[in-house]
Write a protein that binds this ligand. Structure first.
Ligand SMILES: *Cc1c(COP(=O)(O)O)cnc(C)c1O
Length: 229
């Protein structure tokens, strides 16, 4: 894992420089879903501070078992009835993909006295299998989100298609970046769009070149996932 992380950090730095930024401007989120606690602990000793999970049950279990303060990111589809289990415990919820979910996060956050940081998930490629708002829905939805006082929109997230050649995803990343610039121009209350969560093991270099500030990397750090367990 040490060599893999060193290689990834080097690539992140090179891509950041290509896009006129510094390595500190990019947050590496180690996507630990399906991997055991021991893998997370190893990653922590190698300097990882941010971890991503896509299921609430697995996330909460790992939070409870791990005796370390790390930043937890919820990156997968979130059911409204599970929101209450994670409010106050996540650094960032990346996958807000419908208004009803935002309303539930607002409600539970108000109840517990938190302000929850979220990203809006955008289905840039319009894939039927993927969650998220369509690009043209995002600005109108911001008008609604700006009224919610217990959530703070920090930016946008997308899951790009799985492609053999990551260059194919460059236009997708560019579109999300352009959308974030449009949102910044509108100056909505409670809404910023300085976080762009895009890029995974296969395509993070391209995503950073196009403006990603957070990359979500699983297999390139931890190896192939075992879904049989
Ligand atoms: C699993 C997952 C990742 C990480 O994917 P890898 O290809 O293993 O890097 C990133 N983002 C989301 C939303 C995921 O579910």
């Amino acid at each position: 894992m040490k060599e893999r992380l060193e290689m990834i950090r080097k690539e992140i730095e090179e891509s950041a420089i290509k896009s006129g930024r510094k390595v500190e401007d990019i947050t590496l989120i180690a996507v630990s879903k399906t991997y055991p606690l021991a893998s997370i602990q190893e990653a922590i000793t190698l300097g990882c501070k941010d971890f991503g999970e896509n299921h609430v049950q697995e996330l909460v279990q790992k939070m409870d078992e791990l005796n370390e303060s790390v930043h937890w990111h919820l990156i997968g589809h979130l059911q409204t009835n599970k929101v209450k289990y994670i409010i106050g415990r996540t650094t960032l919820i990346h996958s807000v993909d419908r208004l009803k979910l935002a309303e539930e996060i607002e409600k539970q956050s108000a109840k517990k006295g938190y302000i929850t940081d979220i990203l809006i998930e955008v289905n840039v490629a319009k894939e039927a299998s993927k969650h998220g708002f369509l690009v043209e829905e995002v600005i109108p939805i911001m008008v609604e989100l700006a009224k919610m006082k217990h959530i703070r929109v920090r930016g946008l997230m997308t899951v790009a298609p799985f492609v053999a050649n990551p260059e194919e995803n460059r236009p997708i990343f560019r579109k999300l970046y352009d959308l974030s610039v449009d949102i910044q121009k509108q100056k909505f209350d409670n809404i910023s769009s300085d976080i762009l969560s895009m890029g995974m093991s296969n395509d993070y270099k391209i995503a950073i070149e196009e403006g990603a500030t957070m990359v979500r990397i699983g297999t390139a750090i931890f190896g192939n996932r075992d879904y049989t367990k």
